[in-house]
Structures are given as C-alpha cells and as structure tokens.
Design a protein around this ligand. Structure first.
Ligand code: PMP
Length: 352
C-alpha cells in the first residue's frame, strides 16, 4: 500500500468488471452485451458527429438526448438525467440521494457495484437476504431505512419483480427514495417508468448498454420527478459538466429513435433465452426464471468454477461469482443462436 494514498482508499474494495479478452475467436457470454450491436442508424449518427463537430465541446445538458428519451415516456426533459453509462448515473445517485443516517437497503444478491459505491461514498447499508429461491421478499424491506435500491430484474439472478410489488414498496416508504435499476428491463421485466409521475420518491435507472447494443458508448439515464433529477444535476455539475461526449449523445439519440431495430432484436434475444434455458434444463442444469438477457444456472453435479474453467479452455467465456450461495452458478449472457448452440455442445461434452 502506498504512503501517498488518502485514508479512504485503503478501505476500498473496487468492483471488478467482467473480462474483455484482447484476442478474437472467443464466444463472449460474460458481460451481458448484445450479440447484435447497435442500430445502423446509431452508427451513422456517430460517424456524422465524428466528421462534423468533434472540435467542439458537447452540449453539457445533453438536451436533445434528454428530450428524445423524455418524449418517448410522455415525460418532460427535466425529468430525465443522463450519464456516462448507468454506472455513473448510479454513482451520482448514491451521492445525491442514498446517503442518509439510516442504512440503505438492497438485496444480498444483487449488483455488486452497490456495496462498492457505499464504501466509496460512506453510505451506511444493510443487505437483505433473498429467499431460498433467490427471490426478493418485500416484507423484509418493511423496516426503518434511509433509502432502497433494487435491480429489477435482479442481477445476477435475472428474476423480475412485478410492478405491484414496486408500488407496495413505494407506498411503504413514502419518505425514502426508492431506486429501481432497470438495466435489464427490456427483456421481459415490468418497467416502473410509468409510475414516475405518481410517486415523488421513485427514481428509475436504465441503460443503452444492453437492449440497445451500445455498451461501448457508455450511456445510461435516470427518470424521476424534478427534485430528484435536480439533486443528480447538482452532483454532476460539481464533478464533470461534460459526462457525455458528442459521439455518445448523437449515437444514443439515433439508437433511441430506432424503435423497430430495438423491438426486433430484443424479441430475438428473448426467444434465444427461452430456447437456451430449455436446453440447459435438458443437460440437468437448474436454471432460474429469467426476465433478462442472461441466465443464471447451476449444475447439481459439477462445481461452477470447474465448468467455467472448462468452457474457458474451449474459448467460451461465462461469468462466475465467488460470493456464498451463488458460487456454483454460471451467469450466461444470451448470444446469437449459433453461439448458444456452441455453448450447449461444449457443456454436453464437458458433462459426459
Ligand atoms: N445495473 C446493473 C444491474 C448492471 O448489471 C449493470 C451492468 N454491469 C449496470 C447497472 C451498468 O451498466 P452500464 O454502466 O453499462 O449502463
């Protein structure tokens, strides 16, 4: 440890992102990217922005993107906050809205960035155990708290909560902010965005990384009533007034507007997911019900660490977590049908 470090750095346990291999020829099912990439219209817009305007600073308010997203939800642009991936939007949210004297609540099995942000920003937190089926149990959240954050669908389980449950949570905690992280909602989850105008304590966070195929562009956003969005803007403007570059703004606007491309590709991913879930089931895997673009699955007779290593040696990457209760699970991103077929064939061989 360096004597030059500030005191807080010593206690940080940084989040470790999934592997991005430098070589080609790998079937990459480890970080929940889209196997199809973005709309061609997004690529065109990025290319145009590259040649036309890269000399200039970007619009610090990302007005066009906020208007585009807001209009699609029947909201006002001041009810939308955009950032450099939903990870950054989450970071600002932890600072601006989730730091209170009472602990922030979130499931013990959920996005592993949450405890990292808590430590970075000094947020007190309590992790609420999911049940034996890995489901979030609402009644466990009926306790004094500073705020609540839930991924819906949850990650890495893929299990979705119905909107009625989200409403119950919002009503149970009228004086606390409830953040719903909807990174995976487009693959069969129920979005809480339509509740934003009704509940002043609701903030919904989404990303263009998954269903819009733009993980490399880094665009995420939050929607909520103005006081919440204003809090996020205050933190952003105290940190980096240009979080989204010109290419990201241009590409995100075009991607968001290409509804056809979006609908077609998310339907393809959902269909592939159902097929892969059935095939993994045939191989003896226990597969959790998923509303996301990944499956969370465990084989009763082979440790996850072994399976992941065997797949790795066949150039197939999946994600594994070492946390208790889930260390035997593989989180498998839905690839193209051909990639899924190769995964199933490899697992068939390994399990023989
Ligand atoms: N929330 C959840 C639950 C996620 O799994 C991820 C992806 N790792 C993110 C947010 C962040 O996605 P991005 O920063 O690419 O928008």
């Amino acid at each position: 440890m360096s004597r030059f470090w500030s005191p807080i750095v010593h206690s940080l346990i940084p989040y470790v992102a999934g592997e991005q291999p430098a070589t080609g020829g790998i079937i990459k099912l480890n970080t929940n990217e889209s196997p199809y990439g973005p709309s061609p219209l997004a690529l065109e817009a990025i290319s145009k922005a590259t040649s036309d305007t890269l000399r200039l600073y970007p619009d610090p308010t990302a007005r066009e993107l906020r208007v585009t997203i807001a209009e699609s939800f029947g909201l006002d642009k001041d009810e939308v906050f955009v950032g450099n991936g939903s990870d950054e939007v989450l970071a600002h949210t932890f600072q601006a809205l989730l730091n209170h004297d009472e602990p922030l609540l979130f499931p013990d099995i959920s996005y592993s960035f949450y405890p990292t942000y808590c430590r970075l920003f000094g947020v007190a937190y309590r992790q609420i155990p999911v049940d034996a089926e890995m489901r979030v149990r609402l009644e466990d959240y009926r306790q004094p708290c500073g705020a609540i954050i839930l991924p819906n669908p949850n990650a890495p389980t893929g299990i979705g909560l119905p909107l009625t449950d989200i409403k119950t949570l919002l009503r149970d905690h009228p004086d606390q902010v409830v953040v719903i992280d909807e990174a995976y909602v487009d693959f069969g989850g129920e979005s809480a965005v339509p509740l934003v105008r009704t509940y002043p304590n609701l903030l919904v966070i989404q990303t263009l990384s998954k269903s819009r195929g733009l993980a490399g562009l880094r665009v995420g956003f939050a929607v909520g009533q103005r006081p919440l969005i204003e809090a996020l803007e205050r933190v952003k403007d105290s940190f980096n007034s240009y979080p989204l570059d010109r290419l990201a703004q241009a590409g995100a606007v075009a991607a968001w507007k290409d509804r056809d491309w979006f609908e077609r590709h998310r339907a393809m991913i959902i269909a592939s997911r159902e097929r892969l879930a059935a095939e993994l089931g045939d191989l003896g895997f226990h597969v959790l019900p998923s509303s996301a673009n990944f499956l969370f699955a465990r084989h009763p007779s082979r440790p996850g660490v072994e399976l992941a290593a065997e797949l790795r040696s066949r150039n197939i990457l999946v994600r594994r977590f070492s946390a208790e209760r889930i260390d035997d699970f593989l989180r498998i991103t839905i690839g193209t049908d051909e990639e899924c077929d190769r995964l199933v064939a490899a697992l068939g061989e390994i399990l023989q």
